[in-house]
Ligand binder design. Structure first.
Ligand SMILES: NC(=O)C1=CN([C@@H]2O[C@H](COP(=O)(O)OP(=O)(O)OC[C@H]3O[C@@H](n4cnc5c(N)ncnc54)[C@H](OP(=O)(O)O)[C@@H]3O)[C@@H](O)[C@H]2O)C=CC1
Ligand SMILES: CCCCCCCCCCCCCCCC(=O)[C@@H](N)CO
Length: 328
């Protein structure tokens, strides 16, 4: 009897040994090291902070005790946003009217705002269309605002961020999209502009780690915002059909996930369950600070790839069916 339970126990131990060893190894090697980025009493600067996800982020950061600045093009929308944040939280945010395509204007705004602790590069535009129908000026519009605009904002903010003194860890967070993890029908330009942010972010993290600045990439699914309402007016049917593979979210929930991810120094920040699957499927060579998430990535890589192929089976089936219906 005692022998049997001893054999059973040894068997259990033997079974547990490999995963425990893997966990230990990952615990020892994950780099960069985990970090906490505080928000309270710090300067949080949010581009595209007058609407949708950016506005929800600004409201949340203000209610958590941050000093908040928001930047966007339209001064009237900025002032409306300031008023709505004041109503919700009793706190005043600073507003800056500038177009991220205008480097000079962005630099001036950032200088006026003062040194930034947490920079959230969130401005973005999306005009879905098949490339054959999309004009080049619309392609440029998305690349200029989503990608080049992000360079302008980061370059303008960096000198001040480097001089944070001993105010603690800094953060630069970039708003990508699940369309920045997987290409979607109708998003050739949009996805390209968002995929590009990943290369920017991975390189940037290596350049800034010695300055205690931590980079995050946020990957929301379709999110209920004024921007999405506009997009929906012209979205190709197939874009909506495929994007529906991931659940839609409220801006405030995305903002909460994003801010929590920033505070915990996560490099990749998924926002819903499908996003979590996507982030494991596309982990690639992105940094991973959490040994537990690293464990999940290592163990789930194969099965998740298998699952991903089923998504493609589904998507290509839907594309085929849609074209068959058009011919009728
Ligand atoms: N909603 C969604 O389904 C999803 C959105 N995202 C991303 O989240 C981010 C925010 O999206 P969402 O909240 O929906 O968008 P909204 O259209 O609701 O808000 C966009 C914000 O960006 C500002 N903005 C746009 N262009 C510029 C510019 N050239 N210079 C400065 N500010 C600018 C807008 O103000 P103004 O027009 O006055 O300049 C506004 O404050 C984007 O990067 C988007 O790609 C990612 C996944 C899903
Ligand atoms: C293992 C595999 C898991 C797969 C889950 C796949 C789900 C993919 C759905 C992608 C949705 C893209 C929405 C983009 C939203 C956006 O950015 C626009 N609204 C413009 O703002």
């Amino acid at each position: 009897m005692a022998d049997a339970s001893f054999a059973y126990l040894s068997f259990l131990l033997l079974l547990l040994l490999p995963p425990l060893a893997l966990l230990l190894i990952l615990y020892l090697i994950v780099r960069p090291r985990p970090v906490r980025v505080p928000i309270k009493n710090r300067h949080v600067f949010i581009t595209g902070g007058s609407s949708g996800i950016g506005l929800a982020l600004a409201r949340r950061a203000a209610s958590e005790g941050a000093r908040v600045s928001i930047l966007a093009r339209s001064l009237s929308k900025l002032e409306e946003a300031r008023e709505s944040i004041r109503l919700a939280t009793g706190i005043d945010v600073a507003v800056f009217a500038a177009d991220v395509r205008d480097y000079g204007a962005v630099r001036k705004a950032v200088e006026e705002a003062g040194p930034i602790d947490v920079l959230i590069v969130n401005q973005g535009v999306f005009v879905p269309q098949e490339i054959e129908k999309q004009e080049m000026d619309e392609v440029r519009f998305m690349v200029d605002i989503n990608l080049i605009g992000s360079f302008h904002v980061i370059k303008a903010a960096l000198p001040g961020m480097k001089d944070r003194g001993n105010r603690g860890p800094g953060s630069i967070a970039l708003m990508s999209s699940q369309g920045g993890q997987v290409g979607i029908y109708g998003y050739t330009a949009y996805s390209a502009s968002k995929f590009a942010l990943r290369g920017l972010a991975e390189s940037l993290q290596q350049e800034l780690i010695s300055q205690d600045i931590h980079v995050s990439l946020i990957f929301p699914p379709d999110t209920d915002t004024p921007g999405l309402a506009e997009e929906n007016k012209k979205r190709p049917q197939l874009t909506s059909i495929i994007a529906a593979s991931s659940g839609a979210m409220k801006a405030d929930v995305v903002a909460k996930k994003a801010l929590n991810g920033i505070k915990s120094g996560s490099f990749v920040i998924p926002c819903n369950f499908e996003g979590l699957l996507l982030s494991i499927a596309t982990a690639g060579l992105s940094p991973q600070r959490s040994f537990l998430m690293a464990f999940v990535e290592v163990v789930a890589a194969g099965p998740i790839r298998f699952l991903a192929l089923f998504f493609h089976w589904d998507w290509y089936g839907k594309i085929e069916k849609w074209h068959a219906q058009q011919k009728q």
